[in-house]
Design a binder for this molecule. Sequence first.
Ligand code: TPP
Length: 294
Amino acid sequence: MELNIEFSQEIFENKRRQAEDFRPLATEIRRDIIKSLVLAKSGHSGGPLGIADVMAVLYFGAYMKYNPKNPKWEERDRFVLSAGHLCPVLYSVLARAGYFPIDELKTLRKYGSRLQGHPGIDMNLPGLEVSTGSLGQGISIAVGMAMSDKLVDKNNRKVFCLTGDGELQEGSCWEAAMAAANFKLDNLCWIVDNNDCQIDGRVRDVMSIYPLDKKFEAFNFDVINIDAHNYNEIIAALDKFIDNHKNKINKPTAIIAKSFMGKGVSFMEDDYNWHGIPPNPEQALKALEELSNT
Ligand SMILES: Cc1ncc(C[n+]2csc(CCOP(=O)(O)OP(=O)(O)O)c2C)c(N)n1
């Protein structure tokens, strides 16, 4: 088999789905990630692959209100990718949602592309809310968004934010947690990509952030632990957040998503060496073969 880096042109609807209906979507997202990274010849493989299931449910399970035809729609919910280096997965879901042409995924990290190695709003990419990449900043911005929605504008919008777990070694994350709880931000859903991997080791070995659930509970979050590759658990967690928001529980929600870096590609799974490198063409071919069988 030869390496085929053409992208399928399928747009995904944002609607309620049965758990297993997310699997083909997540597989296509993983294929996008591999294809864009092999073309870019640089970038992060492991994290984006690991969080693809959660992103598929979040963007295509009717949890977020958004309109690709009107990206700045005032009633939209907002997503902040605090772990900006995971952007290949964000670019894939935004393209699949219809924000920009899917073939633009071929330009990842290229000079002049709107799809830079860390998301930048100066590139004017539709669907992108904020520049991120400096770890610990995105969650602080997300808390600010949720504060302005709940306390100033008093609207019904929601803010979703994804951080890494290594990212939580940044002290500003814990200031953000304290503020989110203090201001009773029940419109904030904080998802942690808990893969216990960071640039050069296990999070627990480099500088442990565990036990995560107890820490978030102590800050007064509603904490939900899930398997990040079990669609039923992802759905239940996001449903719970939607209820928390509707019922105005006066607490933010933290979803601690136990994931595996590189999930879906056997030779990348649970290996932190895949944190920040792309597949070479041979590895990409093997990865795409494996992903066509899922
Ligand atoms: C403030 C800051 N310091 C350092 C970096 C470099 N950096 C990028 S990703 C990363 C590791 C993050 O680990 P984690 O959040 O667990 O992400 P994962 O390895 O799971 O992709 C580091 C240190 C950065 N982007 N920002």
